[in-house]
Design a protein around this ligand. Structure first.
Ligand code: DOR
Length: 417
């Protein structure tokens, strides 16, 4: 692998101009004599490459929505060096051969690294556990039935126990299916005004409460995905205070958008769990600041334009925006969170949640890093996206702070033109 030197870069919080050299996929040295290919960093800020704990890359079987090449290229363009892909594909990722095939294919592509999640239950049927030990042996990074809810409490109990014995986390999409029923948006004043079936905050809170009890009982490692309500965050906070082995993530769309957006009747805003109230968004943001929310995730969930142009009752749930997650976060919350904290929530905090070593930009460590231009303002232009989903709620919005270079394993995975 060629040697690469990035000159004229800064580390967060420092004004000093530095140089980083990488060789054979590893960091060779800071501020040593430049060698190999030289890239001028133009004063941009160097951070560890982001880690995405929750993205839908749709392979195998749903390549009309996304595939490994488009999804991992999109991730690299968003500054992500590693992605945990969700197993709700067709077929479901519940077979070690699929896990191995995904890892092998992603390795050949040269974009972000792939660490696939495998299904907790066979075919994500929620009843019988998948072959967790074989899946872990094949390289599954996490177990989850995300996209579906885990209705059978006993199966979740067994899954948490078994995964824990393998040293892996179980991630859950925490919504009570009975309470959610056919809800297509948050249940509240807006759903009533629009006459649309609502999905109450209690659907999330009730399921989170149940899962926290199961986690406490098993001593397993539970991660709650895309937390969307203040009430559920309170429950997680209380459980953590009691020593329950739980972590949780929040997605930028649950911080930036509310159920008011559904007044447009545009299914681009349809997501599960749904966009909630202003009070929820503020509460979740405060949870990020005070550390009760462990990390950020995008839940990048691409669908075809034709699917998302259906009416709200019929369209599938999901928003896809991995390429603009950092610009959205930096533009809207940069001041409140600060660069250091924001980068932690996208890097070391994700690694901690998943039980991985903390990424560090030290000599001898993997050369996975991202260069951020924190000042330039650009419009969101989905037509330029690597992702197949070329639409999202922020099209045309002017955002500040863009990844300009992503290096994965010492090789350039993305460079902004
Ligand atoms: O909005 C969502 N879309 N939420 C999920 O949990 C699944 C995802 C998908 O697969 O499209």
């Amino acid at each position: 692998m060629p040697t690469l030197t990035i000159t004229n870069i800064r580390r967060p919080g420092s004004e000093k101009s530095e140089t980083l050299t990488v060789e054979n996929g590893l960091i060779k040295g800071w501020n040593i004599k430049p060698e190999g290919e030289i890239i001028d960093g133009n004063g941009a800020t160097l951070v560890p490459a982001f880690i995405e704990p929750h993205a839908h890359l749709r392979e195998p079987g749903q390549e009309q929505k996304e595939d490994l090449a488009s999804g991992l290229a999109a991730a690299a363009a968003g500054g992500y060096g590693t992605v945990v892909s969700m197993p709700n594909t067709s077929p479901v990722v519940d077979d070690p051969a699929i896990v191995r095939a995904l890892i092998e294919k992603a390795g050949r592509l040269g974009f972000a690294r792939l660490r696939p999640a495998a299904a907790l239950t066979r075919g994500q049927n929620g009843e019988q556990l998948a072959e967790l030990s074989l899946l872990a042996g094949a390289g599954a990074a996490v177990f989850t039935d995300d996209g579906r809810t885990n209705e059978n409490a006993r199966t979740l109990r067994l899954g948490l126990e078994y995964a824990h014995s393998l040293g892996l986390v179980v991630s859950v999409h925490a919504e009570d299916a009975g309470l959610r029923a056919g809800g297509v948006m948050n249940e509240g004043a807006v759903s009533e005004a629009l006459g649309l079936p609502g999905n109450p905050a209690a659907a999330e809170a009730a399921r989170v409460a149940r899962d926290l009890e199961i986690c406490a009982m098993t001593g397993g490692r539970l991660h709650i995905q895309h937390l969307s309500t203040a009430r559920a965050l309170d429950l997680v906070r209380g459980a953590k205070a009691r020593g329950v082995n739980v972590t949780c993530e929040v997605c930028p769309h649950h911080l930036l958008l509310t159920d008011e957006a559904l007044r447009s009747f545009d299914a681009v805003y349809k997501v599960a769990p749904p966009l909630r109230t202003q009070a929820d968004t503020e509460y979740l943001l405060a949870g990020l600041v005070d550390g009760s929310v462990d990390c950020l995730a995008t839940d990048h969930a691409p669908h075809t334009r034709a699917e998302k142009e259906r009416d709200l009752l019929e369209a599938p749930s999901g928003i896809a925006y991995i390429e603009i997650a950092f610009p959205l976060l930096w533009t809207h919350f940069g001041k409140g969170l600060g660069l250091q904290k924001l980068v932690e929530l996208l890097t070391v905090d994700v690694a901690r949640v998943l039980g991985w070593p903390a990424p560090e930009l030290e000599v001898g460590q993997a050369a996975d890093f991202t260069l951020l231009d924190l000042d330039t303002v650009r419009p969101v232009q989905p037509e330029t996206f690597k992702s197949k989903a070329k639409f999202n709620p922020w099209t045309g919005q002017e955002l500040r702070g863009w990844p300009v270079l992503t290096v994965v394993g010492g090789a350039v995975a993305f460079r902004r033109a």
